[in-house]
Write a protein that binds this ligand. Structure first.
Ligand code: FES
Length: 526
């Protein structure tokens, strides 16, 4: 360890780190110690090109760049001296020489570091009389990113990101000196599974996503901490919310989970929240064999009545439960209790799978497969056997993973007397279900999820559905009380459920919702 002094404050830092890295490790960079920077990024290699991070180091005649100056014991740093301020002003003047200063029509306005630092260190007038250099406008670099080249300050974060994170390297700096420009290599498109991260790390409005560009001014958005539920990595995100609508996901830094990145598929998965195929009303199959819109209490009555009929005729063992790997720990816990209280035969979970990589993307395409397994929901083998032997007469299904994952053919379920489906979106399974109950998306409820490494993380209700969807646990509580199951009184308090889960299951001990930080609680694998 080394002791350094920054603006009169002493800090214990790790030897071998640069000044910016050491302050970032402590969590004080830009959160107490203000050293503006463009080209440095905590998860990319050091470039040292923008020169904005200059600081004064005692005993060193010239200003030093904090991003590439190693700490040493006894180092005394001044980030606020007059020399430093003048250096920042000089850097900003040069960076703005070719910038169009088009903040009123730039989509980055409001979250633009050039705007912020121009405000803090800009000189308020231009000394250049020359025309700004010509540059390309609205270039589609690939399927996801639009490039306004005239705004680029050549920090090269995007170039380093493509080389160092996805390893695709589509971008480079072309020409020299004053003519230098970022471009894609000839014949190449910016098209990799993580391409949209370049818009997050671009400190100006040069790179923007086609998806979010010009949808809403960012100062209208509230950032709500949450999780991407597209795969079992559980990447931390901020949900950009306004008007009870989620406009975007952007990565939220969690070094143990996703560093500062998110894949494009996960980023765009916010579109599922308000998609046209959401289930918006409870449905009950009527006498004519058609699903009919039904008030939720009546649909719950119908589901309970149908399940009661199966219990009376064949016994509770004739009922199976299919959990969803998309469901939260709390909803799964209630489902487990429900099935146990009912005396149901089997409790399975089917997990949809897909591509994976070494960066973030995991093969299990659901947020909580690990949580479901921890709660005793195993693969669907036993359930498939029970279906094949005719031992099952009814199933209660959370979500359409069972069919969507290919674990069970729709035809194998078609002969069941009762299918009660709790789901967020329309699906094939709905075609043969007898009662369909609309549930909430992860962005619409307080809940926790366990990622592939056993880390329990929480998400918050960011929006309220405009229709009558309820958390799965609340619907199951409603079913439980109608069936007269012990331990069910019809109430659903997610905090109390979470406390009970933490008290009952060693895996969740000390990891109730109320005790989870925004970074979550690590599992055995971190
Ligand atoms: Fe240090 Fe750019 S952040 S030179």
């Amino acid at each position: 360890m080394a002791t350094i002094t920054v603006d009169g404050e002493r800090y214990e830092v790790s030897e071998g780190r640069t000044v910016l890295q050491a302050l970032d490790d402590l969590g004080v960079l830009m959160a107490g110690v203000e050293i503006p920077h463009y080209c440095w990024h905590p998860k990319l290699s050091i470039d040292g090109s923008c020169r904005l991070c200059q600081v004064e180091v005692e005993g060193v005649p010239k200003l030093q760049i904090a991003c590439d100056t190693r700490v040493r014991d006894g180092m005394v740093i001044d980030t606020k001296s007059e020399r430093v301020r003048r250096a920042r002003e000089g850097v900003m003047e040069l960076l703005l020489v070719n910038h169009p200063l088009d903040c009123p029509i730039c989509d980055q306005a409001g979250e633009c570091k050039l705007q912020d630092y121009a405000f803090a260190y800009g000189v308020g007038h231009s000394r250049s009389r020359e025309a700004r250099r010509p540059a390309k406008k609205r270039v589609e670099l690939g399927p996801t990113i639009v490039f306004d080249q005239e705004r680029c300050i050549l920090c090269r974060r995007c170039v380093r990101f493509c080389r160092e994170v996805p390893g695709s390297g589509e971008l480079g700096v072309f020409a020299r000196g004053d003519d230098s420009m970022i471009e894609t290599f000839p014949g190449a498109e910016l098209d990799n599974p993580y391409s949209m991260n370049v818009a997050d790390i671009c400190p100006v409005g040069a790179l923007t996503t086609r998806d979010f560009r010009f949808k809403i001014r960012v100062w209208f958005l509230e950032d709500v901490p949450g999780l991407c539920t597209g795969c079992s990595n559980g990447c931390n995100v901020h949900l950009g919310v306004a008007n009870n609508k989620v406009y975007r996901y952007v990565p939220r830094r969690n070094d143990a989970v996703n560093e500062t990145w998110i894949c494009d598929a996960g980023r765009l998965s916010y579109q599922q929240i308000g998609s046209a195929d959401r289930l918006t009303q409870a449905l009950v199959r009527g006498e004519l064999g058609v699903l009919e819109q039904t008030p939720l209490p009546e649909a719950l009555d119908a589901a309970a009545g149908a399940l009661r009929g199966v219990v009376d005729a064949h016994g509770a063992e004739a009922i199976g439960g299919v959990a969803s790997a998309h469901a939260s720990n709390e909803d799964l816990f209630v489902f487990r209790r429900f099935l146990q209280a009912l005396g149901a035969r089997s409790a399975a979970v089917a997990v949809p799978t897909g591509d994976s990589d070494e960066v973030l993307i995991k093969a299990e395409k659901a947020a909580n497969a690990e949580g479901a397994r921890a709660l005793g929901f195993m693969g669907p083998t036993e359930l498939v056997e029970a279906l094949g032997s005719g031992a099952l007469r009814a199933v209660v299904v959370m979500g359409h993973d069972l069919v969507g994952s290919g674990a069970v053919e729709l035809a194998a379920l078609a002969g069941l007397e009762v299918i009660v489906l709790l789901d967020t979106h329309r699906s094939e399974l709905e075609r043969i279900a007898h009662v369909v109950l609309p549930t909430r998306h992860a962005a619409e409820k307080d809940a926790s999820y366990t990622n592939h490494a056993g880390r329990v993380q929480r998400s918050f209700a960011a929006v309220e559905p405009a229709f009558e969807a309820r958390p799965d646990g609340e619907l199951l509580s409603g079913l439980g009380v109608r069936l007269g199951l012990p331990g069910f009184d019809g109430r659903f308090d997610v905090a109390a459920i979470s406390d009970a889960l933490a008290a009952e299951h060693p895996t969740f001990a000390g990891r109730a919702l109320a005790s989870l930080s925004e970074d979550g609680a690590p599992g055995p694998e971190g």
